[in-house]
Design a protein around this ligand. Sequence first.
Ligand code: 4AD
Ligand code: MG
Length: 491
Amino acid sequence: MAQALLPAALTLSSAQGSEARPGRAERGGVPSVGTRHARVRASRDGHTSARRNKAMSAPRITIADAAQHAGETVRICGWLYNLRKSGKIVFPIVRDGTGLMQCVAVKSALPDALFETIKDLTQESSVIVTGKIRAEQRATGGYEMDVEDLEVVQRVPESDPYPITPKEHGVEFLMDHRHLWLRSQRQHAIIRVRHEVIRAVREYFDSHGFTLVDTPIFTPAACEGTTTLFEVNYFEDSKAYLTQSGQLYNEATAMAFGKVYTFGPTFRAEKSKTRRHLTEFWMVEPEMAYATLEDVKQLAEDMLVHVAGRVLENRSAELKVLERDVSKLEAIKAPFPRMSYDEAVTKLQSKGSEIQWGGDFGGTDETLLSSDFDRPLMVDGYPSAVKAFYMAPDPARPEVALGVDVLAPEGYGEIIGGGQRIHDAALLLRRIAEQNLPTEAFDWYIDLRKYGSVPHGGFGMGIERCVAWLCGLEHIRETIAFPRMLYRLKP
Ligand code: 4AD
Ligand code: MG
């Protein structure tokens, strides 16, 4: 029966995400190349070129749309994902970015040269396949294609084969080949979930009265502490910093539009090599005028429920590839549990943590705290000293801030940070001075407290942390196409 069937390659079980390739031992004889096929075609009496002409006139479809074309002869443009052989039948599995299609090439139905070309195809060669779509329950996606013609656009030579093989590869190797690794089913699924998360986030804010306002990447000063700033030369003697957050600008635009959000790349010179940190990540940041900490918490909860719902609704196939336990996502419903920082410290101490009141939570503390819940946990009232300069103090207890962190379940830790901002000019000036920040860089920000200041607040959610959690990933590096980390700037 069929040899070299590598079903595991379709639902990669290892975190490495190694890939299937056609078994080389099966490829007997002279390697065929695309030009050989072309020469054969030219030398024929019209039989093959008539076939090619017919193929060229078949409508091009994507694999995702195959169901709508059952019984029709169509063209699929893609890459060879895998190849199985069974005597006089060859099964090229083609991927086109929208799905996988098992094609069936029968020797007796095809010119000899064409059959040989198909039989000798190499992994990741680019191919255009023409054939009839047929329902087949056992096939991935429920359809197969009976091959009528196949054009090789570029054949990957045996001398320099596709480097990602079915064997286990180390993470460094895969990261070095990230430009190719993205073709694997698992990586593909993650990026599609990421797209869905971004789409759902935008959909949420767009349908709730928020105006999208983009904020600058080059900024004159720190927003989230001076220790994680990336400095760049900005002409002559001046310096600029890559933005850590669009929040300060959002505060200005919120006073102009009421409710705003920004979505863009943010940068942190994080010297930490953890599974949660990137140096470049994408953050969505809503900001609302006339809003309190409670409004911010409700917004975060409502948005997360919406996002988890959309991922479940629209990305179930991808979640399956990732072997994600979807019951964990189905549990993401309001209301989310809430806890004060004070309670969290007591709880952590009872679980054996060394944390003392006044300290910030580390990754382990966040994991301990959130592991008791099946939905995100909202912790508020952190000590002002561990939070950013702009956080409003609780009027009843000025030593704690009106800020909230949302900790994802299953040990994922903080995915959202936000809260209410200081809206009193004098207090804000004091905080800027206390933190040794350059007052002149913040004059415009202080203006916002002089001209119609109102209570306001918002939050920031790191898209990659959210995706890592929803996909159930070990490490944040797989949630973005080309991650930027302490020791990773290439490819
Ligand atoms: O908690 P953070 O630092 O908050 C802010 O930047 C606020 N100015 C946001 C606001 O209120 N508008 O960062 C917000 C979120 C974190 O909860 C986390 O999800 C993500 O950004 N984040 C990171 N993600 C990946 N790598 C890093 N190094 C990250 N640092 C923060
Ligand atoms: Mg934070």
